[in-house]
Ligand binder design. Structure first.
Ligand code: PRX
Length: 652
């Protein structure tokens, strides 16, 4: 594992604009003042057990917990002895309230199809699929992979797994067959739920065909459930494949949710790290749910008449926590959209917001940068007056994009919550509370309750105001990851050995004199492309698996649209010549091995890569070359200085 590098602190950002919460917003907010935040935050840090035990009682328990927390560094358990069920908390408990007939889910397909399900209807569908899973022999603790488009059945399947206690592993629909096989095999999934296809920019994504290709290499999978969404031809394997609608037709809509231990592994979600193999981040049941529930309630300030639209795919953690578990456990109305934001036109999101009267909108800075590029006229054409709150997640947002978002989408009236968190944290860690916090463009502001965040130096000592350092979390929080699937040693070294004894999040940050956090981005070998995490090692491994490649080094280069663009430096095996066609072939190879999101924007052939005397590739230097930056840092450990000069000459 690579060491965290010292973040190079270039605080060119001197952002002074401040936006206090609008009075009318604060008056009706779940939490309406900074004093209230400060008081609750202080309580949550002074006695996290008492604080979270009280909040956990807002959830439904089959058996109450006996002990609030057991902290055996670096392993934590929360709400020991309690049993509960995620799906029960998201569905059943609303059925005895006025929310029973309220819309749980509004959905619009890319082609304009629509579907709405009340809490009662969603409950019935989830129960049906839970029965289908049980009848297929699946039991609590089995792993079930979901590789689907953004259709209501994805939410149904997710909750059905939770209902029987099958640990779900959602695999983003943009991943390739190889990526599916790696994830399915790592978790030894017994079943997979997929769709015939998905619509994306009017084109068909052949999901089932990708699954078929992957399953040639996945002996653990006994059953494949297929939702028919696009109606394209597909191959059905006798005895293995089952059509969703046929199985559902005969399944009962009654089902008793399984009482699961508070620490039961609710799901695995694979994410990139600093080594070649993606990590299966494992989340608990009770602690995860409490984090999702509480952050959604406070950060999104949910009210019963809200229509809430999070644009993330359920294949990412944002979709898990803020499309499914957070809003549904709060009894919210979730709006879900299947397709691309620019199909058929570049105003699709704004048309959706106007049509469905969306009041809370949560998206990524990379999307906002695309909206800016597409032009102000697209949002201007639509009535966005239903909006009352905006959010961002996934990467630092540059202040100008923040201001544009506030003006052109939020009509200068909606607060913006810039939410910092990670797959591993399960729920939001640092964010404004919209009725309380004065926001400043580009800052995620203050930690959520129970999150003891700090910015420290390499030796763990706290940084002063505006001094850049490592973002750490000093105490465990309920929705913290519990381990890495099948590799607890990796959990310990990855997260707790770099700035011991703290949880190190992989990000550089600074805290200003007001106590606001400014996240400066990843300082390990992880890139953030369009708000998605990609390990440089993963892409390098994919490249090296091509017959023409001897060695590869991958770095990020700043990119206006995607935040970071992937640039690969490749040296070829003897007998291969550095031709343009080979560059295209290698880009295609990475797409096949991982998925389109990892496709390099640029490939540069080189005979040698800059290495230290001990043989480590100096990615920092390659980053300078890729971005056309002067190399200011230390090059004394470089084995051969001429390599750098040669690289600069060879541009695509
Ligand atoms: O670098 C941080 C960045 O995204 C990383 C986590 O990526 P992932 O696990 O894929 O989860 C993304 C969605 C929660 C972080 O280590 N990041 C996330 N949110 C922000 C952010 N960087 C700055 N500001 C944010 N609000």
């Amino acid at each position: 594992m690579s060491e965290p590098k010292s973040p190079e602190i270039q605080s060119v950002l001197t952002e002074g604009r401040q936006f206090p919460p609008p009075k009318t917003f604060s008056e009706r907010a779940v939490l309406g003042s900074m004093e209230a935040y400060e008081r609750l935050y202080a309580e949550s840090i002074a006695d996290p057990e008492a604080f979270f035990a009280e909040r956990a009682r807002e959830l439904h328990w089959f058996t109450p917990f006996k002990q609030t927390r057991e902290w055996n560094h670096p392993h934590v358990k929360w709400f020991l002895g309690g049993t509960l069920n995620l799906a029960y908390n998201c569905l059943d408990r609303h059925l005895t309230t006025s929310r029973r007939d309220k819309a749980a889910l509004h959905w619009e397909g890319e082609n304009g199809d629509t579907r709405s399900l009340s809490y009662l209807e969603l409950h019935r569908e989830v129960c049906r699929f839970a029965n289908v899973l049980t009848q297929s022999g699946l039991v609590a603790g089995d792993r079930v992979a979901l590789y689907m488009g953004m259709v209501p059945e994805l939410v149904i399947a997710t909750l059905a797994c939770a209902r029987i206690g099958a640990t779900h592993s959602v695999i983003f629909g943009g991943f390739s067959a190889t990526a599916i096989a790696d994830r399915v095999n790592d978790a030894s999934a017994r079943a997979i739920v997929t769709c015939d296809g998905a619509w994306r920019r009017g084109k068909l994504v052949p999901l089932k065909a990708n699954v078929d290709e992957a399953l040639d290499r996945c002996p653990s999978v006994e059953r494949v459930f297929v939702v028919q969404r696009t109606g394209n031809d597909m191959n059905l394997v006798e005895g293995r494949d089952v059509l969703w609608h046929e199985a559902m037709a005969t399944a009962s809509h009654e089902h008793d949710a399984a009482p699961l231990d508070s620490e039961h592994p609710s799901f695995i979600l694979y994410t990139s790290g600093t080594t070649g193999k993606p990590k299966g981040v494992v989340h608990s049941t009770a602690g995860y749910l409490l984090g999702a529930y509480l952050t959604t309630k406070y950060v999104f300030d949910l009210r019963d008449d809200d229509v809430y639209f999070c644009t993330a795919d359920v294949g990412w953690i944002t979709g898990h926590t803020y499309v499914v578990y957070g809003p549904l456990s709060n009894g919210a109305t979730v709006f879900m959209y299947e397709g691309a934001p620019d199909f058929p036109e570049k105003d699709r999101f704004w048309a959706l917001i106007a049509r469905w009267k969306v009041s809370i909108f949560y998206t990524a800075p990379t999307a906002i940068r695309a909206f800016i590029k597409w032009g102000d006229e697209h949002p201007a054409r639509h009535d966005l007056s239903s909006l009352r709150l905006l959010g961002t997640v996934g990467e630092p947002i540059n202040p100008e994009a923040w201001i544009w978002y506030r003006k052109h989408i939020g009509g200068d009236r909606c607060p913006i919550v810039d939410t910092f968190w990670q797959t591993e944290t399960g729920s939001i860690m640092i964010s404004p509370l919209p009725g309380a916090t004065t926001t400043t463009p580009g800052s995620a502001t203050r930690p959520f309750f129970g999150v003891e965040a700090d910015v420290v130096r390499k030796d763990g000592s706290p940084c002063g105001p505006d001094e850049g350092g490592f973002l750490v979390i000093k105490q465990p929080w309920p929705s913290m990851l519990r381990t890495v699937w099948g590799d607890d040693a990796r959990y310990q070294t990855q997260y707790f050995s770099q700035i011991p004894p703290y949880y190190f999040a992989g990000d550089g940050a600074r805290r200003d004199a007001l106590g606001n956090f400014w996240i400066m981005g990843r300082i390990d070998d992880v890139m953030n492309v369009s708000g998605h995490r990609l390990g440089t090692m993963e892409i390098e491994s994919a490249l090296v698996s091509h017959e023409a490649v001897a060695e590869a080094a991958v770095v990020g280069r700043p990119d206006e649209a995607t935040g970071t663009a992937v640039v690969a430096f490749v040296s070829l095996r003897p007998g291969y010549s550095p031709e343009a066609a080979l560059k295209e072939a290698l880009k295609g190879h990475v797409t096949r091995e991982i998925g389109a999101l990892a496709r390099p924007a640029e490939i540069r052939f080189t005979q040698l890569l800059p290495k230290t005397r001990s043989g480590k590739i100096m990615r920092r230097l390659l980053g300078d070359v890729a971005s056309n930056r002067q190399t200011l840092g230390d090059t004394t450990t470089l084995e051969d200085l001429s390599v750098l000069a040669a690289l600069r000459e060879d541009q695509e």
